[in-house]
Design a protein around this ligand. Structure first.
Ligand SMILES: Cc1cc2nc3c(=O)[nH]c(=O)nc-3n(C[C@H](O)[C@H](O)[C@H](O)COP(=O)(O)OP(=O)(O)OC[C@H]3O[C@@H](n4cnc5c(N)ncnc54)[C@H](O)[C@@H]3O)c2cc1C
Length: 580
């Protein structure tokens, strides 16, 4: 029986009592949307009945999309109506037919049940609709985006030397290295695309691995808009780092671990320095200083070459360069180095069973079974519990899942026709400790011209509060905050926004947070070693498992290569058994 996955789309309000949607993955994916009324993003219900029906259907569409389905996959609608007017039934029927046929080109007639009710749970609502959609759950072979049409489906059982679970940067790099070492690799990716969380900035001087790939794949990089003033170096932080050795985390147990907040309180920092540090830690790992162990944070900062490196857009800084084609182009470049058919999309792995004689069976939710000798698990640690391991993961590994906390981050991109902030002499790097906007960057592609964008980030508590709001309330909150930051006299320019896009990482299926997963006080020395520990024939990769550049794309690539080298070394010692 497939396990249900309950979810809430980021642009609908989260309810305490119920989830907005649920999906079951088996040979087919079934997505069920909870009853939706015609509530607008501002919380009101349209007066006009036709508009109310349309809005309810739009809300159903949002839920289906968040569950990986569309209106075209509908098989059943259950409609609840208050004050049904038999004489005027077309007021109800027309918008439904128009929505299904004209907007979505649905030719089939989904099954429907109409129930007349005296009242609905939302008192002003007169129409509620619940929906079920079913779509094929078959795995697809990855191809270049432009060749996506008619992608062959894969089912049944397959064999290879190594299965890589997850086609993020760490997984795809591990696969490329394993292939180069002569092993037959199959990558199973849950989503319908590769690249995982392909976000952000890179650097030429201190992130040589990722920079070399941009050059290898002919990608263009450009400088972040301008170098902003760097924050003051907190010397004490750099000094404290010397107690931490990322290659030997358990040695940190010699030193007493405390939370970052307690460390700030016990040192004689100025209020400004404390605020800066709180903001900085939340910005890099998406959690507040009270929730973070000092040893964990010191190691994280050290792994990225120190505070100045992580905070900077300068040449040696983590935010130095953007990739013009988008960082996912690097993942595509790596996938291209694999033989065709080596990466399967829509293939969430649900179980990994290790049998005797180095026979491992990896099974996806769609029932595809792959037999192999080695597995690389390259997925975020917070999602390990979505896979059923037999035998079960060791206790320390499980503690990583239960004790670590994923980063809380929301990204909002505002696109403008005019770079109004540049016209005001600003570089677009806003910074606020109170939020909802905690920091921002000018992410305009200068060469492309025409459109200019600001990427606004909200993290930690600010992001958690923002996540409680409806989509429209969120947009309003960030626009109002931007007005507050630049001055009321520029309200017109701020509100003249052409497009707004939002991403809430905690609600992203198979990712469940990012950029990393964080550790609390005392956990760094106890559990860090377990992160990379091999479990039978299962090896582990991922951005949070990197020795250097933890939580960054460079770290994910390095971790993928480290893991692949580990597998190759093992295979050299005991060659993989014949595939037949
Ligand atoms: C808001 C934000 C900002 C960031 N900014 C930057 C930045 O500026 N610079 C930078 O270098 N990095 C940045 N990062 C971090 C970077 O994106 C990650 O460190 C990196 O993507 C991690 O790669 P990964 O391979 O470990 O995991 P992921 O990218 O998460 O890839 C894991 C893959 O596994 C798949 N998966 C999960 N479960 C399963 C399953 N059961 N079966 C099959 N597949 C599965 C997922 O769908 C995903 O594709 C940022 C991240 C976020 C969220």
């Amino acid at each position: 029986m497939p396990r249900p996955t309950f979810f809430d789309p980021s642009d609908l309000p989260t309810q305490d009592l119920y989830s907005q949607g649920v999906h079951f993955d088996g040979p087919n994916r079934t997505v069920i949307a909870a009853g939706q009324v015609g509530i607008l993003p501002n919380g009101s219900i349209p007066q006009d009945s036709r508009k109310e029906v349309q809005q309810a259907l739009l809300n159903v569409d949002k839920v289906l999309q968040a569950g990986g389905a569309t209106i075209r996959d509908l098989v059943k609608l259950t409609i609840l109506v208050v004050d049904f007017d038999y004489e005027n039934a077309k007021i109800l029927a027309e918008p439904i037919v128009e929505f299904l046929q004209t907007t979505y080109g649905v030719t089939a007639r989904p099954t429907m049940t109409l129930i007349l009710v005296p009242k609905l749970a939302v008192p002003q609502a007169r129409f509620e609709v619940e929906a079920t959609a079913v779509l094929p759950g078959k795995a697809n072979i990855w191809r270049e985006p432009e060749q996506q049409k008619g992608i062959p489906e894969v089912s049944g059982s397959l064999q290879c030397d190594v299965v890589v679970v997850g086609a993020g940067f760490s997984g795809i790099q591990a696969a490329a290295d394993l292939h180069e070492a002569g092993l037959k690799v199959l990558v199973l990716e849950a989503k319908s695309r590769i690249g995982g969380r392909p976000l952000g900035w890179i650097n030429k001087t201190t992130q040589p691995k990722i920079y070399a790939l941009t050059q290898k794949f002919g990608l263009e990089v450009y400088r972040q808009y301008e170098v902003a003033d760097l924050l003051q170096l907190i010397e004490a932080l750099e000094k404290a780092q010397s107690e931490i050795d990322g290659n030997n985390p358990s040695a940190a147990s010699k030193h007493h671990d405390i939370s970052v907040e307690d460390w700030l309180q016990t040192n004689n920092f100025s209020e400004w320095a404390k605020q800066t540090m709180r903001h900085f830690t939340a910005a890099i790992v998406g959690r507040e200083s009270r929730d973070l162990g000092l040893h964990y944070v010191l190691d994280y900062i050290k792994s990225g070459n120190g505070y100045l490196s992580l905070a900077s857009e300068g040449e040696d800084g983590a935010q130095s360069l953007k990739v013009k084609q988008g960082t996912s182009a690097i993942a595509h470049g790596l996938a291209r180095t694999l033989p065709p058919g080596s990466v399967l999309l829509n293939s969430p792995v649900q179980s990994i069973v290790q049998h005797a004689k180095r026979r491992v069976i990896v099974e996806t939710t769609a029932g595809l079974a792959v037999q192999c000798s080695k597995v690389v698990v390259a997925i975020p640690t917070q999602t390990y519990d979505k896979i059923h391991f037999t035998p079960p993961l060791p206790l320390a590994k499980r503690a990583i899942v239960t004790r670590t906390q994923p980063a809380v981050y929301i990204k909002i991109i505002l696109t403008y026709a005019r770079p109004w902030w540049r016209e005001l002499g600003l570089v677009g790097s806003f910074f606020s400790v109170k939020g909802p906007i905690n920091f921002s960057w000018d992410t305009s592609d200068k060469a492309a011209g025409k459109h200019y964008s600001l990427a606004l980030f909200s993290h930690g508590d600010s992001a958690a509060s923002l996540g409680q709001l409806s989509s429209l309330q969120r947009e309003t909150a960030v626009l109002e905050h931007l007005v507050e930051l630049v001055g009321e006299e520029h309200r017109g320019a701020v509100l003249d926004v052409a497009e707004i896009n939002q991403k809430e990482w905690l609600k992203e299926e198979y990712i469940e947070g990012g950029p990393t997963s964080t550790m609390r006080t005392g956990d760094y020395a106890k559990y860090s070693d377990a992160l990379r520990e091999v479990f039978g024939h299962i090896h582990f990769a991922g951005g949070e498992l990197a020795y250097d550049w933890k939580g960054y794309l460079e770290g994910a690539l390095r971790s993928g290569s480290r893991c692949a080298a580990e597998v190759v070394e093992d295979v050299k010692k005991a060659p993989v058994p014949s595939r037949l």
